[in-house]
Design a protein around this ligand. Sequence first.
Ligand code: SF4
Length: 676
Amino acid sequence: MKKKKVWISDLTHTAQGISANTFPLGASYVAVYAKKELKDFCDIKLFRFPSDLSKSLNEELPDMLCFSNFSWNFEIAYKYADLVKKKNPNVVTVFGGPNFPTNEKEKLEFLKKRTAIDFYIELEGELAFVDLTKCLIENNFEISKIKKNGKKILNTCYVAENELVHGPIERIQNINIIPSPYLDGILDEFFNYPLIPMIETTRGCPFSCSFCCDGLSTKNQVCRFEPSRIEEELYYIAKRIKNIDELIITDLNFAMYKQDIPTAKVIQKIQEEYKYPKIIGAAAGKNMPKRTIEVANLIKGWVTGASLQSTNEEVLKSIKRSNISTKAYQELIEHSNNSKGDQKSQSEIILGLPSDGKETHYESIRFGVDNNVNSLRMFQAIMLIGTEMASKEYREKYGLKTMFRTIPGCLGNYKIFEKDHSIAEIEEIIISSNTLSKKEYLECRIMNLFVETFYNNSIFEEIFEMLRALKISPFDCLLFMKENKELYSKKINEIIENFTFQTTEDLYETFEEANAYVLSPEIINKYVGGEMGVNELLLNRALLFEEFDGICDLIFESTYSVIENKGIMTENIKNYLSDLKRFITLRKKNPLNKTDEIISESFNYDFEEIRKAKYEINPNSITKLENSIKFSFFHEKKQIDHISNQVELYSNHAVGLGKLLQQSDLQLIFRHFKKI
Ligand code: SF4
């Protein structure tokens, strides 16, 4: 029998740079498992980039065309499926992934609207894909034959005679039956692109958060890959990586289990041997802070912390979530911040969840800031298809008002079968509720921009540490900046106005309205050109960072006022602030340019000593030096290489600088200094 051509795509948008800049790991698992099980029956190809898929489609059509479905790539995948089906309805189209309803009625509606999808695979794809392909082989790849018989296929549903046909749901008991896509070599080609490798050591999450696709009971069991295989994969990646410093561990609760310790030890060894990875992205587990600390002690470049989403009990109850205890959170953050490897801590907060309001949102930010977390990632609540929060009951109960918008970076004109097609991904975000007005939502968003710009990633840690030493919450300073617009320079004012406009104007009542608007040719070009539809938080954070003198003036004036308002301003503090401003500017202004330049200046304070105290300095307790000291500010060789890799990695992105500022460890980027 002639081998069937099976193409599996996990597409990323590329018109505004590579939007999902990671290896297509999930699709590669399905591909390698199918290769193992179906041996001589199929010839499997993997695609990440639309241009590669278009090129292959110009040469031939496959027998089976499959797509991973995420909120950021569904429309582009569907466009391909639709056009291929129009060319040849016998090509079998299969979709799989979490961006799919869980309710039977909604599944039927979804598939009836998208007739170019023949079969939809839910949950894990490997077993289902093989079962489906075997069924197709048995039925000579005749879709109608399978549908007519109403054949039940594992984890797969389809529409036959206007009814939904659903096979039994099954999860893989031993995930080690799936070969490693890295060791198989199927991912080798992706080392040639600016993509970040991902590795999965466990699957599943024992928790049940209502806003999350992984909170479903069917995903609660946690399975683990063999340690020897994880080790081999990590070495495989380290030996082949080119000009990329990052690694993502896709586990949903990394460092929560004792078996994560040996994984961390392997990473530690690899880091020593290969100087890779320098940055590790992994979501830490929600409990077991001691284990998280142990893992964080072993590996470098992992920004640890605990996701909060909200700290308010009512909000947590509404989303069926419980956070780790305050004591455990404090321990975790304190440890991360004090670890020897300059580790940093991070938490996430979502605005607009059920029962959330302006005060509760601020309370959550204040909690993170007052517990010294290094970065607070700010998210909007997104209605993900297939989550409990997206159900009609949830929406009604909490009065969730949503609007639709294009997903930043996920749109463009793509050539398919020699014709240009405008495609955009649309998402639904919560913009108000019974407890959050639209006006309050906007105020919270501006606060989020201030947190990202001034607080996150140690941008102005020297000021916030000094405030802490003076027993003033850095949150008070952030709030002061937000509330006192008269302090903004003309340029900062413009950026904030722009941010406000982008946050409120590019929203539509329905999916159809948003789609119809963006898909007109001139509008999509405006999006592609960056005039519209960018991630406003990242974009405006980058714009503010480029206005370094302006934001420096703003934070110093605000700090000054907050201290004065508390009635504790002294000459010592004034003197210290004056030197500190020059010091911060020399270290942090334009850190990506002229990296080989050395600048020197004299100061009245010994900043080497102050750095040893991690900048937690009460200026009243130190005296101005009698003789000033000269410091030089410079980038080390390894920093120059790292900056060049990060600039390259994010230069292809719609909001490159914003993404770089958010994803990088800025301590590796800001200038070092020493006495001369
Ligand atoms: S703990 Fe994280 S991955 Fe698990 S359900 Fe909650 S949000 Fe989702």
